[in-house]
Design a protein around this ligand. Structure first.
Ligand SMILES: [Zn+2]
Length: 419
């Protein structure tokens, strides 16, 4: 079989198009396919779809296509321009690639598939691709996906901060709690960061919001109170962040007590950090016996841990009123514990209590955000640490937003009338 016919079948090239020439260069590891249309035909006007005569052709354009064996493959074609009586001179829709693209639809899809799995650097190495092109295709896919996405603010969302570039800079990330996707990413973790998101919606749209999970972070609270009607009853401080505050207090008590004991030559608390931090049910079997022995000692960290374990039951209540009452009892116990870190944690929680007990109504946490966070960590690893903020943001949207990223072939110039 002739090479041109072989490639026509492989690529599905049909009349009025044909492959007129195939060249291969073993040194450059490339195959070049030259595509032309039959003479004396008409193409549809891209605006009014009337079949019109050819006016002229663009200069030859080159499109990277999927490899042929180990050879990079390029398609060469001069795109016809037609003359339409209504719309003037127009370039036809060739159906080979996105407008202004230098790669075919098939190649672009292959790049996006690989980019889902590997770092941009790996994609470039595997496909011998320029980094800027690989990034541009990712960026365009995100722009395309965002344009296709239905506009609107999620009814229930989470707000969290995420550090990047070795933890010195932050992004504010908004999660759709029902879809499990990243909704939006904004610079920094200031009040303006979250306000920038809210400003993208009308007051009517913002009024539709039902519940927002977040950390007890004042700038986010202020932004939400300024923009979301009825925010006082809609903000839910994330229970994992709330518990982390108390867990950190337990750890501070342990450190102080361990230091004091060591000064008396007592190493009792050495190597016990996690015994006190683990939830009761998470203590591993092999350390259970050791833990039971500690129970009989009168340790400050033991009391702190008991407070922590006790507070966990607050989330079992199904009404804000009962949560509040449970907390008030716990608060008295905590503030009389004579454990300064626990007293401080208790006071902080009391200040935020009204939006902790909203959990009983809305039952939302940022736990989903946490699983997305681990996805974002993966994005960071794939990127070997983004230095450029825009690249990082683009990658988060690309990997975590559930967007419809792939290009769609608009139409094929298959309907041809011989002139
Ligand atoms: Zn026209």
């Amino acid at each position: 079989m002739e090479a041109s016919l072989f490639f026509e079948q492989l690529l599905g090239v049909k009349a009025p198009w044909r492959i007129t020439r195939v060249t291969q260069d073993a040194d450059l590891h490339r195959v070049d396919l030259f595509v032309e249309h039959y003479p004396g035909i008409r193409f549809p006007c891209p605006k009014c779809e009337t079949f019109c005569p050819i006016y002229d052709h663009t200069a030859e354009r080159e499109f990277r296509h999927l490899n042929t064996c180990q050879f990079a493959t390029y398609i060469h074609v001069r795109i016809p321009r037609i003359h339409c009586a209504t719309d003037g001179v127009q370039q036809i829709v060739h159906g080979l690639a996105e407008p202004n693209a230098t790669v075919t639809y098939e190649f672009e899809r292959a790049v996006l598939d690989l980019e889902q799995e590997c770092s941009l650097e790996s994609v470039c190495r595997l496909l011998q691709l320029d980094w800027h092109l690989a990034f541009r295709l990712q960026e365009e896919a995100v722009v395309r996906g965002k344009a296709r996405k239905a506009k609107g603010i999620p009814a229930r969302f989470g707000v969290d901060e995420k550090s990047f570039a070795k933890g010195h800079r932050y992004e504010t990330i908004i999660y759709d709690l029902d879809r499990g996707t990243v909704e939006s990413v904004h610079e920094d973790r200031k009040q303006e960061s979250l306000e920038a998101y809210y400003q993208g919606f009308s007051p009517e749209e913002r009024a539709q919001v039902e519940a927002i999970a977040m950390d007890m972070w004042d700038p986010y609270i202020a932004a939400t109170k300024a923009y979301i009607p009825g925010a006082e009853k809609k903000i839910v401080f994330d229970r994992y962040h709330v518990m982390r505050l108390v867990v950190d207090a337990v750890d501070k008590v342990r450190k102080a007590e361990h230091r004091a004991l060591q000064q008396k030559g007592d190493d009792t608390l050495k190597g016990t950090k996690y015994l006190w931090l683990w939830n009761e049910e998470n203590i591993p079997d092999y350390r259970r016996e050791e833990f039971e022995q500690f129970r009989h000692l009168d340790l400050k960290v033991g009391r702190a841990r008991a407070l922590k374990e006790n507070l966990r039951h607050m989330w079992d209540y199904s009404s804000p009123g009962w949560m509040r009452r449970y907390f008030q009892d716990w608060y008295i116990w905590a503030t009389h514990s004579r454990l300064p870190p626990m007293v401080r944690a208790a006071r902080s929680l009391k200040n935020h209590l009204e939006n902790i007990v909203t959990y009983a109504k809305h039952h939302i946490t940022n736990a989903l955000g946490e699983s997305l966070n681990s996805k974002i960590e993966k994005v960071k690893r794939l990127a070997c640490g983004y230095r450029n903020r825009d690249h990082y943001r683009t990658a988060i949207y690309f990997h975590c937003s559930g967007l419809d990223l792939y290009p769609k072939r608009t139409s094929l110039p298959s309907q041809i009338i011989t002139a």
